[in-house]
Design a protein around this ligand. Structure first.
Ligand SMILES: NC(=O)c1ccc[n+]([C@@H]2O[C@H](COP(=O)([O-])OP(=O)(O)OC[C@H]3O[C@@H](n4cnc5c(N)ncnc54)[C@H](OP(=O)(O)O)[C@@H]3O)[C@@H](O)[C@H]2O)c1
Length: 334
């Protein structure tokens, strides 16, 4: 198996190196790609140094079986043809192709089989906030159809990449030193703050990130589910959290929900309020599952249920989900 990572120097690219190693993904040869900025840099995989190549329009992808791409939507669009020309499956982390009809959008726990229908050789990895939500929603959907979702996200700095993590750390250091914090990556200072805007606004006054949660959830779940999201950037380094309210076709009790979450693929239930057991992002960085807690009946809606999820968005929200797609393809080859 010849595997490529495009965007190897980035937050997600670096996570790919860890996840592929951790899961012992079958690799005979690994190729790393980046822009001219990181070309020539060396990263180690399974004890062997690999030099990053510059991504160019050439034949470098000849013989590549799977290419994990995480270099932004513009790069994915520009290089998709070059990457897939000789048959490589491109598993893309960007938003470039997610809503294209001829590109499957896949979370293996929910719709793994969709990955087999990929006329362009491209499989899209959903947005990180959507991945963690649909893994949890899927558990309840099996009990009763979910008609509506309200969700408020608490998104870590790392969701905006390696430079955003560095900026948050630097802001705290500067503030402690009594200096004016550098604000480049986010619209405002994130340290000691919350920013109720992730990505740009659309015509309906939701942000692009919020509309991704609406559109992508429907595509992945093959459902008419309606999603209203408010996405907020928070000064957490890694792992996104989400407060989720759902309305189901018939009332789902807390006991039924706990039972469903306890047995759902990819979910770990951490829900013991009396003992203050609930998931928190600080403790979930680097973990694989989607954690669910704070489950309760919605006192404002007889068919409502509310809960809290936490998941490492660089892992399950990006690199891990993409590797799981590849694993699903290998395990269920048709
Ligand atoms: N961070 C997350 O939690 C997360 C979650 C889900 C999806 N994603 C998506 O994953 C992608 C990468 O995100 P990230 O957080 O890893 O960003 P990042 O830390 O800023 O890394 C960006 C990567 O893209 C590479 N790149 C940029 N332009 C390129 C070009 N023209 N040719 C080749 N490589 C190029 C960069 O290489 P150089 O160092 O050479 O510039 C770097 O390796 C984005 O599309 C993002 O939306 C991110």
């Amino acid at each position: 198996m010849k595997v490529a990572i495009v965007g190897a120097s980035g937050a997600v690219g670096q996570e790919f190196l860890r996840v592929l190693d951790e899961r012992n993904f079958p690799i005979d040869e690994l190729l790393l790609f980046g822009s001219s900025r990181s070309a020539g840099r060396t990263y180690t995989f399974k004890g062997k140094p690999i030099v990053v190549k510059e991504l160019k329009h050439n034949d470098d992808f000849k013989g590549v079986d799977i290419a994990f791409t995480s270099a932004g939507a513009g790069t994915s669009k520009e290089f998709a043809e070059t990457i897939t020309r000789y048959g490589a499956i491109m598993i893309d982390n960007s938003s470039a192709f997610r809503m294209d009809d001829d590109v499957p959008l896949v979370v293996p726990e929910v719709n793994g089989d969709d990955a087999f229908v990929r006329p362009r050789g491209i499989i899209a990895n959903p947005n990180c906030t959507t991945i963690q939500m649909v893994v949890a929603l899927n558990a309840i959907e099996a009990v009763s159809h979910i008609k509506r979702v309200h969700v408020a996200t608490y998104q870590a700095a790392s969701g905006a990449g390696a430079s955003a993590m560095a900026e948050l750390k630097k802001q705290y250091e500067q503030l402690i030193a009594g200096e004016k914090p550098t604000v480049e990556k986010f619209f405002f200072q994130l340290a000691y703050n919350l920013i109720p805007q992730v990505d740009v606004f659309t015509d309906n006054l939701y942000t692009k990130e919020e509309m991704k949660m609406y559109n992508e959830t429907r595509k992945i779940m093959h459902s008419d589910i309606a999603v209203s999201a408010t996405c907020v950037r928070v000064p957490v380094m890694r792992a996104h959290s989400e407060a989720i309210w759902i309305e189901t076709e018939r009332p789902v009790s807390v006991a039924e929900a706990r039972e469903a979450f306890a047995h759902a693929k990819g979910v770990v239930l951490e829900d013991d309020p009396e003992n203050r057991v609930y998931p928190m992002p600080l403790f979930k960085a680097g973990c694989d599952p989607v954690y669910v807690g704070r489950i309760r009946s919605d006192i404002s809606n007889p068919n409502g249920l509310t809960f809290w999820t936490v998941s490492d968005q660089i892992k399950k929200g990006a690199a891990l989900n993409a590797v799981q797609i590849a694993e699903y393809l290998l395990a269920h080859q048709k």
